[in-house]
Design a protein around this ligand. Structure first.
Ligand code: ASP
Length: 442
């Protein structure tokens, strides 16, 4: 029999109503054996996510302030789900145990992880599945990095002993016994880890959208859903700002070559997006590209010095000087006597003057300019047409509406083109690029 591992995100498990949908999905197929759960997310616009409240609780605790009001919100959420589903899951006792920990110098990650922990207890009870605590099967090493091999060996063994189980997402255990969380959205990674350990045929990631969109709907009206994409394309799109899946969720399943299927809990009949190691022949897209993603918040640093080309190692020294100031380049381009570096705005925060001064004193450039408010846009395609063709169309489309690019990078693997553009032009640029490629379908 096939094995399917499912991960449900916060909105999919935000209330008793959502739990009912999840149960219908899990029970629809016997192969759906292992389930990874997030903490309850927002139920409506502006609602709190449980994880956000837990982080607030920790801040209050560490400032020695009263956290009763905030923690009561958490208690209310879990007790309500338990009551509405008529479960006997010992929520009061579990919540009481957490409250008891407040006087014991608890760590931030411990408190943050309790949303997943409690929600998984509830879900396991509701589905009639076993509960496996992530702190017993997901390990971090002495450098606080995820220990993939130890986890895989132990988790595989544990899963074999359970026909069906629910495992909390987002956290695991450190060598010293402390709970440690992944970065935000990390339950996606747990789902992938469990899929690998279970040797699953597919990792279904259930969320509140019907898959990856070809472009941000805030820039493009009703963008198409991407039916199929490759792991590499997923990495590019996630890193560049597409938020459906955590950017590191691909690694565990990539090792085992397990496909990921993004599905919508609220529209379970939609096929969603399937993410595979390689693109299949029939997915060779008529649309030519896979998707467009982007992010704002970059700075562009331009340095010109007449002798730059003849001074050996000068460009490398400039990059070292930036690194000493903890500025790490995202993209570079250079000409005979100049270099352009794109880096995150946050790298420059509070040290712009120092960086300019260091470069000025060390290298005596003729021109040094920092341009703020730069956005990077990535046009991603691994199996569509060649990079040159994509580049031609990207430039043609943005020139047609007279936008200026600050940097162009064809990438090292032909799977993405990156352009830097002024933040004010970002939405317009994404829209016009999307239209350029999509009109080809007709
Ligand atoms: N609940 C955590 C968060 O909000 C982890 C997750 O949902 O994946 O980031």
């Amino acid at each position: 029999m096939q094995i399917k591992v499912l991960k449900f995100g916060g909105t999919s498990l935000s209330s008793a109503e959502q739990f009912k949908k999840v149960k219908r999905i899990v029970e629809a197929e016997e192969e759906r054996k292992y389930v990874v759960a997030s903490a309850p997310g927002a139920r409506f616009k502006n609602d709190d996510k449980v994880t956000d409240i837990l982080y607030r609780c920790y801040d209050l605790l560490s400032e020695n302030r009263d956290l009763n009001d905030e923690f009561s919100k958490i208690e209310k959420r879990f007790l309500e789900i338990e009551k509405d589903l008529q479960l006997k899951a010992n929520m009061s006792e579990e919540l009481y145990k957490i409250r008891n920990m407040f006087s014991k110098n608890i760590k931030k990650d411990y408190l943050a992880s309790r949303g997943e922990y409690l929600n998984s207890i509830l879900l396991a009870k509701y589905l009639g599945y076993d509960f496996i605590d992530a702190s017993e099967v997901i390990f971090f090493d002495k450098y606080h990095k995820f220990d993939s091999e130890k986890t895989n060996t132990i988790l595989s063994d544990v899963l074999k002993k359970h026909k069906n189980a629910v495992i909390p997402g987002f956290y695991g255990i450190e060598v010293n016994g402390d709970i440690k969380t992944f970065s935000r959205g990390g339950s996606d990674i747990t789902g992938s880890i469990v899929a690998r350990a279970a040797n699953a045929d597919i990792y279904e990631n259930w969320t509140d959208v019907s898959g990856f969109l070809m472009a941000d709907p805030r820039c493009v009206e009703r963008p198409k859903i991407i039916n199929e994409l490759t792991y590499n394309e997923l990495r590019e799109l996630s890193y560049r700002g597409a938020t459906v899946l955590h950017e590191d969720a691909v690694f565990p399943v990539k090792t085992a070559r397990i496909p990921i299927n993004i599905r919508n809990t609220n529209k379970p009949d939609d096929r969603g997006t399937i993410i595979t190691p390689f693109s299949s022949i029939n997915s060779r897209r008529k649309t030519v590209i896979t998707g467009i993603a982007g992010k704002k918040g970059y700075y562009l640093l331009y340095i010109k010095k007449s002798s730059m080309n003849s001074e050996k190692g000068l460009k490398e020294s400039i990059l070292s000087c930036l690194r000493e100031n903890e500025v790490y380049f995202e993209h570079i381009s250079s000409s005979t006597d100049a270099i352009t570096v794109i880096a995150k705005q946050e790298d420059f925060e509070g040290k712009k003057a120092k960086i300019l001064n260091d470069i000025y004193c060390n290298f005596s450039p003729e021109i040094i300019i920092i341009e703020e408010n730069i956005a990077l846009i990535a046009v991603v395609s691994e199996s569509g047409c060649k990079g040159e063709e994509i580049l031609y169309k990207v430039l043609k489309s943005i020139l047609e509406i007279s936008l200026k690019t600050n940097i162009i990078d064809k990438g090292s693997n032909d799977s993405s083109i990156i352009i830097g553009i002024k933040e004010v032009d970002y939405e317009k640029a994404i829209n016009v690029i999307y239209r350029e490629f999509i009109k080809e379908k007709k």
